[in-house]
Design a protein around this ligand. Structure first.
Ligand SMILES: NC(=O)c1ccc[n+]([C@@H]2O[C@H](COP(=O)([O-])OP(=O)(O)OC[C@H]3O[C@@H](n4cnc5c(N)ncnc54)[C@H](O)[C@@H]3O)[C@@H](O)[C@H]2O)c1
Length: 367
């Protein structure tokens, strides 16, 4: 089982899977290819000690296959810790489909992907991630029961993104409380990077709370629409990290806290939805700690989505979903305090709790 932090985001070109620096004793990695639909997917199953590996499917136009492998390895590992720290009986898994979701995603391709998921007999259960919609999960559901995040009218828990955003909002409030002594976000400046499914919903919570929201995205049309809808200002500069804001909320893709950005970050708190925000957990986590920037661990505060889809497996309702998601506030405060007491990074403090739960279950399973 995993015992130390992964300290790099570099790709090792020598060995495709086991030799990757992001390989962390993953149990299984499945490569899926279908000539007819053009499907090229990779399913990563990191750990199934706590239960079946549940995690979303990302469709992305990766620059090359190494990037896709690296992404699925990092994302599936993150899911193990997310479910562990949230107290869910789920392992960690994730899938990536290589391609442009806007032009290459077809119902046939999604069904074929679903058949590959089905072939794993429930060891991996899929859901939405970047590039996926609830309707895509409904399509997958036609060929396999091993899918969550399906529409409410089809018996599912619906789109997980608003719940994810609510959990991020809870984690952000807790981090603000820790840093500023109050969780009231009125008049705090917050930059939301990535205003997709989760980002938009987060912008809504923030503006309702009276925060001054700045939005950043590569999609100009969306920027204008969200700005108009919520009265948020559009970021116009050329280094979003160097903006002197109270809070930076990464809600696009991962690894935005990296060697290039870390020394320019002006925010006092980092709390967002993106998975794997720290390119290098060890080094970048430590630098944030030294700079006094409060970092709310991504896998802790973006767990709302998995709490929502887990409801489909465990049959709990909206009330319990909200209760579990709201609890992210308390857990975040505990982790931040624990990190300070033990002089460790907040990421490490969260990881320690997740690892302890997995190790305890492993022992129980062996008895
Ligand atoms: N959807 C969920 O429930 C959920 C749950 C947990 C974690 N996450 C993570 O949260 C993040 C956002 O998820 P989502 O579902 O909102 O995805 P999404 O695809 O709906 O939105 C992502 C947004 O980021 C923008 N973007 C991409 N690259 C960018 C860049 N370089 N700079 C600025 N903006 C950029 C895109 O244009 C898009 O608007 C992802 O990292 C995802 O893995 C999502």
């Amino acid at each position: 089982m995993v015992s130390e932090l992964i300290n790099t985001n570099q790709l090792s070109k020598a060995d495709p899977v086991f030799g990757q620096l992001s390989f962390d004793n993953h149990e299984q990695v499945v490569f899926c290819n279908d000539k007819d639909t053009g499907l090229k997917a990779i399913i990563g199953i990191h750990n199934t000690v706590l239960g079946p590996a549940l995690g979303g499917t990302r469709m992305w136009q990766y620059a090359n296959e190494w990037e896709a492998v690296n992404d699925v390895l990092r994302l599936s590992r993150g899911m193990t810790f997310k479910s562990a720290i949230t107290g869910l009986n789920l392992g960690g898994g994730k899938a990536v489909i290589i391609g442009d979701a806007k032009t290459q995603k077809t119902p046939e391709l999604m069904k074929r992907f679903g058949e590959f998921v089905h072939s794993l007999s429930g060891k991996y259960i899929t859901a939405e991630d970047v590039g996926m919609e609830t309707a895509d999960m409904d399509t997958v559901r036609e060929v396999t029961p091993y899918v969550t995040g399906i529409s409410e009218d089809k018996g599912g828990a619906g789109n997980p993104s608003p719940i994810t955003a609510y959990g991020v909002f809870m984690g952000m409030k807790a981090a603000a409380k820790y840093k500023f002594g109050t969780d009231v976000l009125e008049d705090r400046t917050v930059i939301v990077q990535g205003i997709g499914h989760v980002g938009e919903s987060l912008v809504e919570h923030l503006t309702n709370d009276g925060a001054k929201v700045i939005i950043d995205d590569i999609n100009q049309e969306r920027l204008e629409a969200i700005s108009k809808k919520y009265g948020a200002s559009i970021y116009k500069g050329n280094n979003v990290y160097a903006e002197a804001v109270d809070i930076y909320a990464p809600c696009a893709l991962g690894a935005t806290i990296n060697d290039t950005t870390i020394n320019t970050i002006q925010a006092k708190v980092i709390a967002g939805a993106a998975n794997n925000q720290l390119a290098d957990e060890l080094t970048h986590g430590r630098i944030l700690q030294q700079k006094g920037i409060v970092y709310a661990p991504d896998f802790l505060i973006n767990a709302g989505g998995i709490i929502n889809v887990y409801a489909e497996l465990e049959n709990y309702g909206k009330q319990e979903i909200m209760r579990k998601t709201e609890n992210i506030y308390n857990t975040t405060l505990e982790i931040l305090s624990n990190a300070e007491t033990n002089d460790i990074t907040t990421h490490q403090a969260a990881l320690n709790i997740a690892l302890a739960r997995i190790e305890a279950r492993k022992k129980e399973n062996q008895q």
